[in-house]
Write a protein of this length. Structure first.
Length: 381
């Protein structure tokens, strides 16, 4: 697939759709729908192209190993201003570059009179298909970037968050040989305040002991559903706590709600759902099963829904963790805009790739630094 082909397709679609009146989704009439918004001063144009992320190191978790992550970059333009978005597509989620591009090809943003109609636009995207979360997230992120730029303000400011409360992020160390794990830990231990360790295979104890031979930093562990026995999992969690682990992510298979509730009730560490939670509508089913939820933009369709999930989780007394996929600084910087509202951040996807397209969120002395420019605050590399 070539970038030019996709741009050509979407521009043609936008031009055709631009002939219609400015009618936000579900509106009863153009007049009612347009109230409160300025008259159309331009069309919303969507562009997208595949972009494969190169991983700096081979990345292994409990269920797979890989050296690249497929992705699609998105641009939304309005009044000559461009917002950037991105779909990151780890293969285990069941999406492909083709499926993301097929979804984006169906999207007609030119029917909306304003990019500020985020609720209408995201509801419209859900009418195209029930899934395709990464593609929807790409559009959501680009629209947020665009509207922030149109307002001349960074998103964290529009959301009302204090960027100095963004806090620390973990850096993830995948499952590997002791030599590689030791080397990776040596490379990153001085730059972060907490590390996240992938576990869930037979090498868990070896992984933790290897890391402990290098650093005393607090650790989070992510089993990626890799543990199968709840009693053994509980024993391991006690051992992990003795070894400075502070949080456990997705210990058991996501379907095992009763066993996970059993584990969470007895666990000395918080148990956070990742694979078991995708979108806002999924939270009620895991209420009381997990201590918290790991919100990722690529799972939940973007910032608009992520903010609703944060509010819901808070109302239910659940911890909020913000995660990411391997992503460029575009999607990672979008997630970082929400960091001041989270208990725990795992926003390191841009640090795991070697071909970033943007400069955005950075990590200084282990703390997330959200850029202060309008929208996402990105600069193209
Ligand atoms: Mg996880």
């Amino acid at each position: 697939m070539k970038r030019r082909e996709f741009i050509g397709t979407t521009l043609a679609a936008a031009a055709a759709a631009g002939l219609s009146a400015c009618i936000p989704n579900n509106a009863t009439s153009p007049q009612a729908a347009g109230a409160g918004y300025p008259a159309r001063s331009g069309k919303i144009i969507l562009r997208f192209y595949p972009y494969e992320l190169q991983l700096a190191h081979n990345f292994t978790v409990a269920s797979y190993s890989r050296t690249t992550t497929p992705g699609v970059q998105v641009e939304v333009e309005y009044d000559g201003i461009v917002g950037y978005g991105e779909a990151s597509i780890p293969p285990y989620l069941g999406h492909t570059v083709e499926s993301v591009c097929a979804f984006l090809s169906k999207v007609d943003l030119a029917q909306f009179c304003s990019p500020f109609l985020l609720e209408d636009i995201m509801s419209y995207l859900d009418t195209i298909s029930p899934g395709d979360a990464p593609a929807k997230a790409a559009i959501d992120i680009a629209l947020h970037d665009l509207t922030g730029k149109l307002l001349g303000a960074p998103l964290y400011q529009i959301f009302g968050y204090n960027p100095s409360k963004a806090g620390s992020t973990t850096f993830t160390i995948g499952i590997d040989t002791p030599e590689v794990v030791r080397q990776k830990t040596l490379e990153c231990a001085g730059r972060f305040r907490i590390l996240k360790i992938k576990v869930g295979l037979d090498s868990d104890e070896q992984m933790i002991r290897t890391i402990r031979s290098v650093t005393d930093l607090p650790l989070a562990v992510d089993a990626n559903q890799g543990w199968k026995d709840r009693s053994k999992a509980l024993d391991e969690i006690y051992w992990l706590k003795e070894n400075g682990v502070v949080l456990v992510e997705q210990p058991l298979p996501k379907e095992r709600l009763d066993d996970t509730a059993w584990l969470t009730e007895r666990s000395p560490l918080p148990i956070v759902a990742d694979e078991a939670i995708q979108r806002l509508k999924d939270i009620p089913a895991i209420k009381g099963v997990y201590s918290g939820i790991n919100i990722k933009l690529m799972k939940c369709t973007g910032l608009l829904e992520a903010r609703k999930m944060i509010a819901y989780a808070r109302a239910e007394g659940m911890m909020v963790m913000l995660g990411c996929m391997t992503e460029t600084s575009c999607a990672c910087t979008a997630a970082a805009q929400l960091a001041p509202a989270a208990d725990f951040c795992d926003i390191d996807g841009n640090l795991l790739i070697s071909n970033d397209l943007f400069k955005g969120v950075t990590v200084s002395d282990g703390l997330l630094q959200i850029p202060s420019g309008p929208g996402l605050g990105l600069t193209k590399i």
